[in-house]
Design a protein around this ligand. Structure first.
Ligand code: 2P0
Length: 340
């Protein structure tokens, strides 16, 4: 086989049932199931090109135009896992498998600011490598080795990551609940509150929480299983108020769990709290739930709402935050990752 380049675009996903806490750090196995929606790649995505050649003397990676070290363990684990599947499937010849790779990846949104950049980045890398090596197997398991939430970005629409029980991680995989076309009116609006890298990384934060939070134990045993079943049902029934209520409660509990950690850490800012207050007031005035907020490990809000609410919500946000530019707002759900 001759040298070749593969370029892939992969979407960001924003969880409505949050993943927080690992039972295995090396294999990245979560303590609970999580559920997310995958966003439209036309506005927020990672784009990765991979190239293998006998002329490349050692593996190389370029992130947002800057050369980085390929010594990151998670990166190496992903490449090794893909190569080992390729060897098993005999999908490429041995020469091609022995060549080094060059990876170039860019995000079109703030990296490390709690906007799921690692999810899109690793989903993109793993999908690109799987295409380069001609793999047939599901690769959500490999994306998980890069970043837990990345396994959910391998699919479009609404996705569940099953925590699994097997110590090998073989059943800790993502599956699609429904395609984006199942609920075509669903929209996500991203409000970029801050684009600085977070003080406490997700990996470190999860570690502190798993070791110290009593509330996390309660969440895993008594809240997440019921919420996961109910939110999947709400997606299947296209029941927005039910979907939205569970989404907001789960986001709030995730941030409560961060505060219950010792030492505690905080991702929400005053502006994030203001957004929460505005959404609750808006829903009260509407006499029913029309908009849901959710916040990841950062201050930025993701609002889930139906298409008919988007213009109203944009004018409300502009009223309360007059400096908001159209760039701060992103809409749309995604159907699948694409090869470009
Ligand atoms: C999620 N987050 O479900 C949750 C909600 C942030 C808050 O998954 O250590 O970057 O690489 O597995 O996947 C962020 O965690 O962490 C995350 P690692 P990851 O989307």
């Amino acid at each position: 086989m001759s040298s070749s380049v593969v370029t892939v675009v992969a979407p960001v996903n924003i969880a409505v049932i949050k993943y927080w806490g690992k039972r295995d750090e090396e294999l990245i196995l979560p303590l609970n199931d999580s559920v997310s929606a995958t966003l439209d790649t036309s506005v927020m995505c990672a784009k990765t090109s991979v190239f293998a050649s006998s002329n490349i003397t050692c593996n190389e990676i370029w992130l947002n135009g800057k050369k980085e070290s390929f010594s990151n363990k998670r990166l190496i684990n992903c490449l090794d896992a893909i190569k080992s599947i390729a060897a098993k499937e005999k999908s490429v010849d041995d020469d091609f498998l022995s060549w080094n790779v060059r990876v170039c990846s860019v995000n079109n949104f703030p990296t490390a600011a709690g906007l799921a950049s690692s999810a899109a980045g690793y989903a993109c890398l793993v999908t690109a490598l799987a295409k380069l090596y001609n793999l047939k197997s599901d690769v959500s398991c490999v994306a998980r080795l890069g970043s837990g939430s990345a396994c959910r970005s391998v699919y479009g629409g609404f996705v569940q990551w099953h925590a699994g029980t097997d110590p090998s991680g073989k059943d800790s995989v993502a599956t699609q609940i429904a395609e984006a076309s199942h609920w075509p009116e669903m929209r996500a609006l991203i409000l970029v509150v801050g684009d600085k890298a977070k003080k406490t990384s997700s990996t470190r934060g999860m570690n502190i929480t798993a070791q110290t939070s009593e509330l996390l134990k309660h969440r895993i045993q008594h809240c997440v299983p019921q919420r996961t079943t109910s939110i999947i049902q709400s997606i299947k029934e296209r029941n927005f108020p039910k979907f939205a209520e569970i989404t907001m409660k789960d986001s709030n509990q995730f941030h409560a769990v961060c505060m219950d950690s010792y030492p505690p850490f905080v991702y929400l800012t005053e502006v994030s709290h203001k957004i929460i207050e505005i959404i609750h007031k808006y829903n009260d005035l509407c006499g029913g739930i029309k908009v849901a907020y959710t916040f990841d490990a950062g201050p930025n809000a993701c609002l889930y709402l139906l298409e008919e609410e988007v213009p109203k919500m944009i004018s409300i946000i502009k009223h309360f935050f007059p400096s908001t530019t159209p760039d701060n707002l992103v809409t749309g759900l995604e159907s699948t990752s694409e090869l470009v």
